[in-house]
Structures are given as C-alpha cells and as structure tokens.
Design a protein around this ligand. Structure first.
Ligand code: SF4
Length: 312
C-alpha cells in the first residue's frame, strides 16, 4: 500500500522513532511563511474542513500498524497546518484508543488556538509544539504573511490560554530570521510573552533549506547564541542544524557516534544523517568503512537498508 497521508518514520533525537501524519493537502495553511520548506501557500485560510478524510487516515494507520513496529511518536505535521483539519481530535482519539502507548505530538503554527474546539482537541496530545516567530505586527506580517482575518494578539492569547490548561508537554518554537525578528526590541517583547506562556522549552530554529523567498539567509550559530543570550532563560535551546568552529571536532567522533546510535537501535543511513546532523557524503564513507572493518552490518528491511553493530 502506498501512503498518501502518513510518512516516515524518521528518527529524531528528541522523539525517537516518529511517524508523520499530514492532515491537509499541499498547500493549505493559515500562514504563508517566507521560510516554508513546503513552498508557497496556495490556499490561505483559517477555515477548518475535511481536507483529508478521517477514514482515509484511519485506513493508512491501521495498515501501518499491521505491518510495522510501533513508533515512539506519531507526529502531526507536513505540508500545511494540521489544526485546519476538523477531524484532528478524532484522529488523535483514535490513535489513543488503538495504541495508548504511542505518544502523540502536534506541530502547529498556533493560528487556530483562538478556537476553543481546537484547544480541546490538542489537549488530547502528549506534546504540542506551537510556533511563535514574532510579537510585533511588522515582523509577523513580514515573516508569517498571515490570513487577513488573523489578529496577532488573539493568536498569542490563544497560545497562552491553551498553555495554561494543557497538562502535556509544550515546547514553543521560534524561527529566527536575521534582521527581521532578532532585534533587541523584538526579543525583549518576545521574552515577556514567553514568560506569560510559560512553556517547558523554547526551541530556536532557523533556515535549513531554501524558503519561498530566495534572499533569506539562515541565522549563524553566533546570531542564535546572541538571541539565546538576550532571551536569557534556562528553557531556551537551539535546535537549528548550525555548526560553528567548536563543533568541527565532533566530526572526528562521528564514527563513534554512529556506533553508539545503532548499538541502541538499528538505523538507515538517512536516519543517521538526520539524527547526527551529518554530511550525507561523509556518512556514506564512514558506513562503508565500518562495514568493511566488520564493525557494522547492513540488513534490507521494509523501510530500507538498516545498519546495526556486529556482536562479537
Ligand atoms: S505555518 Fe508551517 S506549513 Fe504553514 S506556511 Fe508556515 S511553515 Fe509553511
């Protein structure tokens, strides 16, 4: 069966093995972020709908569970805003009934958190990652290019209302674009809002691949460090895949990192590239060397070639 609405799974540092579910079709969203990796929003809307039918997702999940090991997480994300699907709560409830041990994560752009129904549905998840890239109207319009009907202050209030009642984990994600949302003024205002929301963690991200606007550039490690310093809170983490000179030494240890990772759980080459933030060519060379040395072995499985350590 080829899946239309579920993807992966991928191995991530924080979530372990995570299976993705996409509840909207390309490219339905309430924002049209300049950094979006999925391309330009073609249907900009705040209206919830049955963009992907519950039964279609259920069929794919049932098939996946029947033929694969359970992932650690099922994560709602993909090519648009998952809360736009009116059946989000129904799908989460279905997963929780069928597979209570699998954790559910939802990555949301926060725009629909103004809606009490959406907040109620998201409350069923174990982890919610709302985005908040800007707290000034100017930066919000420049970065997120929202649906006209959306008011930034309402959206912020929606995140806060949800966060104050939510009993699961809440990680706030902020996408840093140099020169737009990293001014002292913006960050000082952002810090006040973060304090109001009181998330468990704040994740700083930046461009990894080209966004929809070609002139954008990612924040450097130094720029992200500066943002972290200005926000000055223990809960801030940089999750962007940036390297600095200090990290260069880590590459020498990549072979050990590969061995440690696959010793715990066999991985594909792409899993390893993602989880170790490695250069794909370097990964191919190291895997070939470790295999020739007899330290690891490759096995073909349904999701691709998996590498595991050789027991001696
Ligand atoms: S909210 Fe997410 S999917 Fe929507 S435009 Fe922004 S980055 Fe893309």
């Amino acid at each position: 069966m080829s899946y239309q609405h579920i993807f992966g799974p991928v191995l991530s540092r924080r979530l372990g093995i995570s299976l993705g579910v996409d509840l909207v079709t390309h490219k339905i969203c309430s924002l049209d972020c300049v950094y979006c990796e999925c391309g330009k929003t073609t249907r900009l809307t705040l209206e919830r709908g049955d963009y992907v039918l519950f039964d279609a997702v259920k069929t794919e999940l049932d098939h996946y569970w029947e033929h694969n090991e359970d992932p650690d997480y099922i994560t709602f994300s993909g090519s648009g805003e998952p809360t736009l699907n009116q059946d989000l709560g129904r799908v989460i409830a279905y997963i929780k009934t069928q597979k209570p041990k699998i954790q559910v994560a939802v990555l949301t752009n926060s725009t629909l958190l103004t809606d009490p129904n959406v907040r109620q549905e998201l409350a069923l998840a174990d982890l919610v990652v709302p985005s908040l890239d800007a707290v000034s109207m100017a930066a919000f319009l420049k970065i997120n290019r929202p649906c006209k009907a959306l008011l930034l202050e309402d959206m912020i209030q929606g995140i806060q209302t949800f966060a104050n009642k939510f009993t699961g984990k809440l990680w706030l994600e902020i996408f840093i674009l140099p020169g737009i949302n990293d001014t002292q003024e913006e960050l000082t205002a952002l810090k006040k809002i973060i304090t109001r929301i009181d998330p468990e963690m704040v994740q700083l991200n930046t461009l990894d691949r080209p966004g929809t606007v070609s002139t954008l550039r990612p924040a450097s490690k130094e720029e992200l460090d500066r943002v972290k310093e200005i926000l000055n809170m223990d809960i801030i983490q940089i999750i962007a895949k940036v390297t600095d000179k200090k990290n260069m030494g880590q590459h020498r240890d990549m072979a050990s990192a590969i061995l440690e990772t696959i010793h715990r759980r066999p991985c594909t080459r792409d899993d390893l590239v993602a989880v170790l933030t490695a250069d794909p060519d370097q990964m191919d060379t190291l895997l070939a060397t470790l295999e020739a040395d007899g330290q690891i072995e490759a096995r073909q499985q349904a999701r691709g070639v998996f590498y595991r350590t050789v027991k001696k």
